[in-house]
Design a protein around this ligand. Sequence first.
Ligand code: ADE
Length: 229
Amino acid sequence: MILHIDIISIVPELLDSPFRHSILQRAQSRGLLNVNVIDLRAYGLGKNRQIDDYQYGGGAGMVMMAEPIYLAIQTLKKERSYDEIIYMTPDGEKLNQQMANQLSLHENILLICGHYKGIDERLREHCITREISIGDYVLSGGELAAAVMVDAIGRLIPGVLNDETSALLDSFQDGLLSPAVYTRPADFLGWKVPDVLLSGHEAAIENWREQSALERTQKKRPDLLDDEL
Ligand code: ADE
C-alpha cells in the first residue's frame, strides 16, 4: 500500500526540501509514500492568476478566494478519491500522535495550506473534511504545518522505519515520553552512564527504562498522566 499526499500551496518552493531527506526520502524511494505539491497559482483567476481578495465587511487582511481552491480540488479529485481533505489552520483540532497514527493508515490525503486571513469560509463548510493545527501559535502560512504533518504521518507508514527505529517506542505512543538514552563513552568528563545499562541484564534494563519514561513524564509533562485517568 502507498500513501499518496497532495498539497495545495501558493508557495510550493517552501516544500521543495522537507521530503527529500532521511526517513521521508526513504519512504518515497521504497514506494510507500508519494508527495505531490500543487501550485495554486495555476488555478488563479484572470491574467494575474488572482487567488485572494479583500474581505467582505471590511477589515485588514486578504482572504483566499473560494474558486481557485475549489477548481484545484475538483481537478485533483478526478485523479483520486481522498480519504480526507485537510485544511491546515491554527483553529483546527490539534495534531497529536494518535491522529498521526490514524492518518498514516489512509491511502489518499489532500492538504490545503492557508495564507493571509485564511480561506473563504464556504470552502470550509462544503469541501474540507477536517481542519488540523500543529499547535497554538500562528505561522505565516500552512506550508510548514503541512510539512510537519507529512513527516509525522510518513514515518509511521508500515515498512518505512526499520526495527531499530520502530515508532512503537517513540514518545507519546504509549502515552509516555521516551526514556533517557546514552551512547559511548560510558564516562564522559566524569559524567557516567547509569550502571544498569552496562549490566547486560535485560529485565533490569527494561525496568529501568520504564521507570525513566515514567519519571520524565511526571517531571516534564504531567498532563499526559492526567489524560489517562
Ligand atoms: N497555519 C498557520 N498557523 C498554523 C498552525 N499553527 N497549524 C496549522 N496551520 C497553520
